[in-house]
Design a binder for this molecule. Structure first.
Ligand code: ADP
Length: 246
């Protein structure tokens, strides 16, 4: 029988992820790229984490492994006690579907569907979804539900993407440069939407960014360097998105 991570525990675990000795090596032709060189970490449930570090330091590789989009070359990664590295493809897909919301730099909305319909695509296949309109309201877009992506600004489109990601009530939201294409004012609105989901739904949030100011809203900041977490900084007083110096 398949192991189903989604069946584990009624609520959220206290410790969401534990990674030990994670490596990832990409083979391109004769060349090996060591994207991760031995990463140990824990992510607690309900934590807000920011990943900083130069381009190519392994942040996206790490995020994709945590989200079950990719597998490490070696090491272990447990979610709520289940080792994700031992799951079959089908089990890993089920883990992603039940537990993980992704937000990328480009919003990937379907142009021919309204905001509500874009969110509904996800809620239709989720096990405990929010009402799509509630998800849109949570990101401040209650009055834009029948707009098509082309009728929305970049920041609004990204907030629809946030609503889509949170509507299935994932335990963890993984965000790869969510404000990378936005100006500061709209970027703040997107971060406020993420912060709201974090606060109201208890979602664990992990954000990759090049903007060091955003790190001030995290509980902890992982500084990546050359495939390793070179430093972990604990923030005693995370700030509100509106206070971020962009
Ligand atoms: P970051 O997110 O910090 O910019 P990445 O995790 O995207 O870093 O990349 C880490 C290293 O792995 C880089 O050298 C990158 O070129 C390489 N890399 C990432 N994905 C692949 C892939 N699919 N195939 C080959 N090399 C890759």
């Amino acid at each position: 029988m398949d192991r189903t991570v989604s069946d584990l525990g009624a609520g959220m675990p206290e410790l969401a992820f534990r990674g030990t000795g994670l490596t990832k090596t990409y083979q391109t032709g004769d060349t090996q790229v060591h994207a991760l060189r031995g990463v140990d970490l824990t992510i607690e449930a309900g934590e807000m984490l920011v990943l900083l570090g130069p381009s190519g330091s392994g942040k996206s590789t790490f995020l994709n492994i945590v989200g079950g989009l990719d597998r490490p070359t070696s090491g272990s990664l447990t979610y709520d006690g289940t080792d994700l590295t031992e799951l079959s493809e089908r089990e890993l897909t089920r883990f992603r579907r039940a537990h993980v919301g992704f937000i990328f730099q480009f919003y990937n909305l379907i142009p021919s569907l309204t905001a509500e319909e874009n969110v509904r695509l996800v809620t239709d296949i989720a096990s405990k979804p929010m009402d799509p309109l509630d998800a849109l309201a949570l990101v401040g877009l209650a009055d834009r539900s029948d707009h098509y992506p082309a009728q929305l600004s970049g920041g609004e489109q990204q907030r629809v993407a946030v609503a889509r990601a949170i509507a299935k009530q994932p335990s963890v939201l993984l965000c790869d440069e969510p404000t990378g294409a936005l100006d500061s004012a709209t970027g703040v609105r997107v971060l406020e939407a993420l912060e709201q989901a974090h606060r109201e739904l208890g979602t664990t949030v992990v954000i990759i960014t090049h903007n060091a100011g955003i790190a001030n809203m995290a509980h902890r900041v992982f500084h990546f360097l050359d495939g390793r977490i070179a430093q972990v900084v604990v923030n005693d007083k995370p700030i509100e998105p509106g206070q971020i110096a962009w």
